[in-house]
Design a protein around this ligand. Structure first.
Ligand code: NAD
Length: 366
């Protein structure tokens, strides 16, 4: 029997509960068919937690996240909570859990499954075979820098400001994380900054270069964010691993996600220094399709696969889940977001049914 592992499941808002429900069915199947010994517990988070407890990240939810070996999150937010006080909005819960658990390294793979080459808005020859990894610093930079405020000036005008700050240790640890990942891949790392204009980027570039001395096999390049956006659309396959700060990474990874056709396909991981992580689809709560059983659950199911591989070191189980997804895509089954115009589509739960059916029963399960 394998060692037992625990997962905190935070379904969140909008399509979050619909897509995490399918990932939970996959965990159940792995337990039943492969003796995976994974237990899980659910807790409210985001807008759902605000409705129940008046805060987006209740202490009980944070406790569960701390106690568990890994966290699987759906998505948070929606119009219902957009006008409440800023510090109580669902997004603050997300920033809060990332910083409370020190999840500073955000990994966002952008892989184009050959079956979905048509789903990309770019020409197939530009994107087919795409396999890049964006490593985004997640707990520093302008999203956390102080001071920040909207204030009244002496002239009676309002002024909004934020602070872009990175310390040397923050840059060192994310650079280390990115080089380590590059070593497991094609050993090419591109660091993205705006060092021609920003002092924080000047320091970023210097430290990333310095950390590279410990990774002589990795070929390092630097690119300004504006050029990186252009190159990502012009010739995305030139990249292997990209490392960048919080704000630039947020924008670049969403752009990269569209190269692959749908945001509904993309998983992500946010890791601490010891490899404990929170895993979540790249997409948000999709209020436009929430409650309609239309969302693509694959990004969440692939996030579970990343969790199994990275936090539980169960590559065997991750492979089973990823091949089940691949075989379902190969069979032509599509949710609306990845279907060609006029192609028949399936619901969230039907996609879940098909992926479950593609998970084999272990022959030597004990
Ligand atoms: P979104 O990702 O929720 O939706 C963008 C578009 O993609 C929508 O048309 C949506 O229907 C579609 N889409 C997203 N996921 C899909 C899926 N699994 N299957 C099919 N289609 C899918 O982004 P948004 O509209 O900018 O934001 C909506 C809400 O989500 C906002 O409140 C935002 O703050 C929040 N958000 C949360 C997270 C998170 O929880 N990590 C991330 C991004 C946005």
């Amino acid at each position: 029997m394998s060692q037992a592992h625990t997962i905190a499941i935070l379904p969140g808002d909008g399509i979050g509960p619909e897509v995490t429900a399918q990932a939970v069915r996959v965990i159940d199947a792995l337990n039943e068919r492969h003796s995976a010994a994974i237990s899980y517990e659910q807790a409210p988070f985001g807008g759902a937690a605000y409705d129940l407890h008046g805060v987006p990240l209740p202490d009980t939810t944070l406790d569960l996240a701390r106690r568990s070996d890994a966290i699987l999150l759906g998505a948070i937010g929606g119009p219902k909570w957009e006008s409440i006080e800023r510090s109580l909005r669902p997004e603050r819960g997300l920033l809060g859990i990332r910083s409370e658990l020190n999840l500073f390294s955000n990994l966002r793979p952008a892989i184009l499954y050959p079956e979905l080459a048509d789903a990309s808005t770019l020409k197939p020859e530009i994107v087919s075979g795409l396999d890049i990894m964006i490593v985004r610093e997640l707990t520093g930079g302008i999203y956390f820098g102080q001071p920040r405020a909207i204030e009244q000036t002496e002239q009676g005008e309002r002024r909004g400001f934020n602070t872009l700050v990175y310390t040397e240790p923050e840059i060192r640890r994310i650079a280390h994380s990115a080089y380590t990942i590059a070593m497991q891949r094609d050993k090419r790392l591109c660091s993205v900054d705006k060092a021609n204009v920003l002092e924080s980027s000047e320091l970023w570039r210097e430290i990333v270069t310095d950390v590279g001395k410990a990774f002589p096999e990795v070929e390092l390049s630097h690119m300004y964010i504006d050029n990186a956006c252009m190159q990502l659309i012009r010739s995305p396959k030139q990249f292997d691993v990209l490392v960048t700060g919080n704000l630039f990474g947020d924008i670049l990874s969403d752009a990269a996600s569209m190269l692959t056709g749908s945001i509904g396909m993309l998983p992500s991981a946010s890791l601490d220094e010891n490899g404990k992580g929170m895993y979540e689809p790249v997409h948000g709560s999709a209020p436009d399709i929430a409650g309609k059983n239309m969302a693509n659950p694959i990004a969440t199911i692939l996030s579970l696969a990343m969790l199994l591989r990275s936090s539980f070191e169960r590559a065997d189980l991750a492979d089973i889940v990823e091949s089940a997804v691949r075989s379902v895509l190969k069979s032509g089954m599509r949710t609306g977001d990845i279907a060609k115009p006029g192609e028949p589509t399936v619901s969230t739960s039907e996609m879940g049914d098909a992926i479950l059916a593609a998970i084999p029963v272990a022959t030597n399960s004990n």
